[in-house]
Design a protein around this ligand. Structure first.
Ligand code: PEP
Ligand code: MG
Length: 884
C-alpha cells in the first residue's frame, strides 16, 4: 500500500485530493497544486497510516521509511535545499490534517530540520542571523512542548527572564546573540526536564518524532472532546503533512496572514482577513500581536491606523485576490486560506471550506446560486438545518437601554446574557445547574472547548477575528466578542476591570456578537427578521420538498409563531397542557376526585367551555389546515398535588377534606406511571373525558367554520393504543360526539379519527388498527422508550455513556434509532397501508424536528413531520435536503 502522496512543483500524487485519504488539509494542498497555485512542496502521509500506527502500538511499518525518504527527496529536488545539510538546509513543517477540520485541536511542529549546524547555514543563506536563531529557539520550544511533552511554562519563563534581564518588553527587541544565548538555555532545560537526554540533533530523528506526535495527538483529550461534540468518528484518523517551510518573518517584505474569500460572519462578498508583516503564522492565530486588515475598505470602516495589505503590499495583494477568485471557482465554496509572503513571493499554505455563521452560510449559499456558481439544489444542501437555529432566535432590542462597559470585536453574532465565569470548568458546572453563563477569558485555547460549549456566550480580552475563540464560537453558534482590549482580568480575585468599573464572578453581563458591545446587566431582545435570504432559501426548499411540515403546539401564540415559520398545520396538540392551566386546574381536580361518573360529568361540564375556547383560538390561527388534536394522555395523578403544603389549599378549593384528598391521591399512585393508567386507558375507563374533549373540538370547529367560512380539519388522535379494540371503542365515542354536535348545530364538518403509534404492539398490529384508524402519527418519544425499554425521563443518567461507548451512535431520543425504532416504523407504515392504502402517516415525537430523523421519514414515505415552532424552518430545509 502507498501511504505517501507528494505535492508541489507540478506534482500532485493525490490527483486533486481525496479528503478521506489525505485529510482536509492534504487534499486541499494537493488540489491547489493541481491547479498550479504556488504551494510549498511537500507530502502527505495518508489517514490509513493513523489506524495502522495505533494498531501496531505506536510503531510505523518499515515500508514507510522508504516512502518518507522519497517524499523528502521530492522536496529537496524542488527547493534545491538539503535536509540536515548546513550549506543550504531544508526546513519543514509537520502538521495534522483530519478529514473534518478540527481547528487548533491537534499538534503542529514548525522549523523542523534546525540543529546546531544548520542554524548557521540558515543564518548565512538568509543573511539574517537573528532570524535563524529566533527560528531555532521557536523550534526547540515547540518541539519540546508537542513532541517531548516537557513543561511549556518553563520555556516561556526563560524567555520572560531573558527579556527582563535585558530591559526589553517585546520579543522583537531580542538580538541574534540574545536568541543564541536563549537557545543554549533551552537546550539545558531540555536536558534537565527530559531525564538527562539531549535535544535531538539528527534531523531524521526530529522528523520521526514529530510524525509520531501528530498521529499521537489524534487521541489527545481535547481532540476526543472535539470529536464527540462534532460527531467525528475516531476511526477516521488524521493525516500528517510534511511541507517545506516558507518564512513570513524575513523582514518587511515578508508577511503572513489568514483570509476568507467572503465575510464569514455576515456573508458579504468581500475579501476578509488579517495579516502581520514580518511574522510567522502562529503569531496571527495566537492573537499575541494585533493583526492588520487585509483590505483598505475594512481598515477604513474600522477606523484603524496600521496600513492594510492592499495598501502596504499592493502587488502581492493583487496576486492574492486573483488566487481567491481561482479558489472559489475551483472549490465552488467560500474558502478559508492561510498564506505567507516570503520576500515578496506569495505562497499558499492552506485552503479549506471556511467555517461560517448560519447567517453567512445562508447569504453565501443564496448569493452563490444567484451568481450561477452553484445550483439552487446545492444552495439548499449547503446550509446546515440545525444551524438555522442561530437565526431564528432573538437579537438585542435596539431600543433597549444599554449600559455599555466596553467594545471588542464582533467575532460571532447573536446576543447572550448570563453570569460571568472565568474558567471552563465553572462554566460547565453552572450550565449543568441550569444557569446561563458568559465565559470570560484573556484568550481561549483548545482546553476551553467544553466551557465554551456550556456558555451562552464568550468574551475575550485578546485575539482577533480569526483567533481560536472567534473561530470556535462561530462553529458552535455561540455569540462571541473577542479582543476587548480595555478588559483587564484578575483571575485570582475572580473579577475583571474596565477603567474604574469592576465586574465580579456571578454578575450578569450581556454581549452582542454582532456589534462587539459588552454591557452590564441583561438587555432585552427582539424577534429575528425572517425575510431576505432566509425567505429566499425557504422558498427554494419548499419547492424541493415532498414531506409536509406541521407543528407541535397548543397555545394560539405558539400556533402563530409556527405559522410565521411556515407550518402547514398542527401535528400534535397536547390537550393536557390546557388542563394544567391555573384557572382550570380546580375543575380538573374535581373531575379526578369525583367518586362516580355523575360527579365527573359535573366537573367536565365546567371544563367544556374552556376547552372549546382553546380550540376556537387555535382553529382560527390554523384556518383551513389540518389540526391533529390528541385526547388526554397523562395519568390523572399528575394533576394532583404532591407537596404536603399544597393539600390543604387544594382540598378547600375542591370542596373536600384533606383526608379524602390524600386518600384519593394515594389510590391513584402508580409505581410506573409511564406504563400505567394513561393514554387511551383513561378514555376506556372514563369515556366521558374523551366525550367532553371531542364535543369541545367539534363545537369549536363548527363555530370557526361559521364565523370564517374556512373550516379547520380536525384530526382527533387517540394516544397509546396497543390494540384494535381500544381504538374501536374510542372512535365510537368520538364519532358519537361528532354526530351529536352536527345534529345540534345543523352543520357537518370533515374530520378524521386516528391513532398514535407509540407501542411496539401497535406497530406490529398496524394492519388491523388501520382498518379502524384513518391516520397514524408516530409518537417516537414513547415508541423509543417502549422499544428500547429505556425510560425517557431517566435516560440522561446513562445515555451519554452509551453514546460514548458507541452502543448508540446518537441519543435515540434526539435522533431516531433507525435500526430498531425505524424498523418498527417502516413495518407499521407498510402494514397500515396494506389495509388502508391512503392512510395518512406522520411523526410527532421530538424526532420530527431532527434533520437525520427527517431524512429517515422521507425514506419511508411518511406524509408529514411535526416539530416545535422554532424547529419548523429546520424541518422544512431538512425535508428538502432529504428529497434531493
Ligand atoms: C410521543 O410519545 O412521541 C409523543 C409525541 O407524545 P408525548 O411526548 O406527549 O408522550
Ligand atoms: Mg407519547
Amino acid at each position: 500500500t502507498q501511504y505517501v502522496y507528494r505535492f508541489g512543483g507540478g506534482v500532485s500524487d493525490g490527483g486533486n485530493g481525496d479528503k478521506n485519504l489525505l485529510g482536509g488539509k492534504g487534499a486541499n494542498l494537493d488540489g491547489m497544486a493541481s491547479i498550479g497555485l504556488p504551494v510549498p512542496p511537500g507530502f502527505t502521509i495518508s489517514t490509513p497510516m493513523c489506524t495502522v500506527y495505533y494498531e501496531q502500538g505506536g510503531v510505523f511499518p518499515d515500508s514507510l521509511r522508504a516512502e518518507v525518504a522519497n517524499g523528502i527527496a521530492h522536496i529537496e529536488g524542488i527547493t534545491g535545499k538539503k535536509f540536515g545539510v548546513a550549506a543550504d538546509p531544508l526546513l519543514v513543517s509537520v502538521r495534522s490534517g483530519a478529514r473534518a477540520s478540527m481547528p487548533g485541536m491537534m499538534d503542529t511542529v514548525l522549523n523542523l530540520g534546525l540543529n546546531d549546524d544548520t542554524v548557521d547555514g540558515l543564518a548565512a543563506i538568509s543573511g539574517d542571523a537573528r532570524f535563524a536563531w529566533d527560528s531555532y529557539r521557536r523550534f526547540i520550544q515547540m518541539y519540546s512542548d508537542v513532541v517531548l511533552e516537557l513543561d511549556h511554562g518553563r520555556f516561556e519563563e526563560a524567555l520572560e527572564i531573558a527579556k527582563e534581564d535585558r530591559g526589553y518588553t517585546l520579543d522583537t527587541e531580542m538580538t541574534a546573540d540574545d536568541w543564541r544565548t536563549l537557545v543554549a538555555e533551552y537546550k539545558a532545560l531540555v536536558v534537565e526536564l527530559w531525564d538527562g537526554k539531549q535535544f535531538p540533533q539528527d534531523v531524521h530523528d526530529q522528523l520521526w518524532g514529530a510524525i509520531g506526535a501528530v498521529f499521537g495527538s489524534w487521541q489527545s483529550e481535547r481532540a476526543k472532546v472535539y470529536r464527540r461534540l462534532n460527531d467525528i468518528p475516531a476511526e477516521w484518523g488524521t493525516a500528517v503533512n510534511v511541507q517545506a517551510m516558507v518564512f513570513g518573518n524575513m523582514g518587511d517584505t515578508s508577511a503572513t496572514g489568514v483570509a476568507f474569500t467572503r465575510d464569514p460572519a455576515k456573508g458579504d462578498n468581500a475579501y476578509y482577513g488579517e495579516f502581520l508583516i514580518n511574522a510567522q503564522g502562529e503569531d496571527v492565530v495566537a492573537g499575541i500581536r494585533t493583526p492588520q486588515y487585509l483590505t483598505r475598505a475594512a481598515r477604513e470602516t474600522a477606523g484603524a491606523k496600521p496600513l492594510s495589505m492592499e495598501e502596504a503590499m499592493p502587488e502581492v495583494y493583487g496576486q492574492l485576490a486573483r488566487v481567491f477568485d481561482l479558489l472559489e471557482r475551483h472549490y465552488r465554496d467560500m474558502q478559508d486560506i492561510e498564506f505567507t509572503v516570503e520576500r515578496g513571493k506569495l505562497w499558499m499554505l492552506q485552503t479549506r471550506a471556511g467555517k461560517r455563521t448560519a447567517k453567512a452560510a445562508l447569504k453565501i449559499a443564496v448569493d452563490m446560486a444567484n451568481e450561477g456558481l452553484i445550483t439552487r439544489e446545492e444552495a439548499i444542501l449547503r446550509v446546515d438545518p440545525q444551524a438555522l437555529d442561530q437565526l431564528l432566535h432573538p437579537t438585542l432590542d435596539p431600543n433597549a437601554a444599554r449600559d455599555v462597559l466596553t467594545k471588542g470585536l464582533p467575532a460571532s453574532p447573536g446576543a447572550a446574557s448570563g453570569k460571568v465565569v472565568f474558567d471552563a470548568d465553572t462554566a460547565e458546572k453552572a450550565n449543568a445547574a441550569g444557569e446561563s453563563v458568559i465565559l470570560v477569558r484573556v484568550e481561549t485555547s483548545p482546553e476551553d472547548i467544553h466551557g465554551m460549549h456550556a456558555a451562552r456566550g464568550i468574551l475575550t480580552a485578546r485575539g482577533g477575528m480569526t483567533s481560536h475563540a472567534a473561530v470556535v464560537a462561530r462553529g458552535m453558534g455561540r455569540p462571541c466578542v473577542s479582543g476587548a482590549g480595555t478588559l483587564s482580568i484578575i483571575a485570582k480575585e475572580k473579577l475583571f476591570r474596565i477603567g474604574s468599573r469592576e465586574v465580579r464572578e456571578g454578575d450578569i453581563i450581556t454581549i452582542d456578537g454582532a456589534t462587539g458591545e459588552v454591557m452590564l446587566g441583561a438587555v432585552p431582545t427582539v424577534q429575528p427578521e425572517l425575510a431576505g435570504d432566509f425567505g429566499t432559501l425557504m422558498v427554494w426548499a419548499d419547492e424541493g420538498r415532498r414531506l409536509k411540515v406541521r407543528t407541535n403546539a397548543e397555545t394560539p401564540l405558539d400556533c402563530r409563531t409556527a405559522r410565521d415559520f411556515g407550518a402547514e398545520g398542527i401535528g400534535l396538540c397536547r390537550t393536557e397542557h390546557m388542563f394544567f392551566d391555573a384557572a382550570r386546574i380546580t375543575a380538573v381536580r374535581q373531575m379526578i376526585l369525583a367518586e362516580d361518573e355523575a360527579g365527573r360529568r359535573i366537573a367536565l361540564d365546567k371544563l367544556l367551555p374552556e376547552q372549546r375556547r382553546d380550540f376556537v383560538e387555535i382553529f382560527e390561527v390554523m384556518a383551513g389546515l389540518p389540526c391533529t388534536i390528541r385526547l388526554l394522555d397523562p395519568p390523572l395523578h399528575e394533576f394532583l398535588p404532591h407537596e404536603e403544603s399544597e393539600f390543604a389549599e387544594v382540598a378547600q378549593a375542591a370542596g373536600l377534606d384533606v383526608e379524602t384528598l390524600k386518600r384519593r391521591a394515594a389510590e391513584l399512585h402508580e409505581f410506573n406511571p409511564m406504563l400505567g393508567h394513561r393514554g387511551c386507558r383513561l378514555g376506556v375507563t372514563y369515556p366521558e373525558i374523551y366525550e367532553m374533549q371531542a364535543r369541545a373540538i367539534f363545537e369549536a370547529a363548527v363555530l370557526v367554520a361559521e364565523k370564517s367560512g374556512d373550516a379547520p380539519i380536525p384530526e382527533v388522535m387517540i394516544p397509546l393504543v396497543a390494540t384494535r379494540r381500544e381504538l374501536e371503542l374510542m372512535k365510537a365515542v368520538v364519532d358519537k360526539a361528532a354526530q351529536t354536535v352536527f345534529a345540534e348545530q345543523g352543520r357537518t364538518i370533515e374530520y378524521l379519527v386516528g391513532t398514535m403509534i407509540e407501542l411496539p404492539r401497535a406497530a406490529l398490529r398496524a394492519a388491523e388498527i388501520a382498518e379502524v384508524g384513518e391516520f397514524f402519527s408516530f409518537g417516537t418519544n414513547d415508541l423509543t422508550q417502549t422499544t428500547l425499554g429505556v425510560s425517557r425521563d431517566d435516560a440522561g443518567r446513562f445515555l451519554t455513556t452509551y453514546v460514548e461507548k458507541g452502543i448508540y451512535a446518537k441519543d435515540p431520543f434526539v435522533s431516531i434509532d433507525v435500526e430498531g425504532v425505524g424498523e418498527l416504523i417502516s413495518l407499521a407504515a407498510e402494514r397500515g397501508r396494506s389495509t388502508r392504502p391512503d392512510i395518512k402517516l406522520g411523526i410527532c415525537g421530538e424526532h420530527g424536528g431532527d434533520p437525520a430523523s427527517i431524512a429517515f421519514c422521507e425514506s419511508v414515505g411518511l406524509d408529514y413531520v411535526s416539530a416545535s415552532p422554532y424547529r419548523v424552518p429546520i424541518a422544512r430545509l431538512a425535508a428538502a435536503q432529504a428529497a434531493l
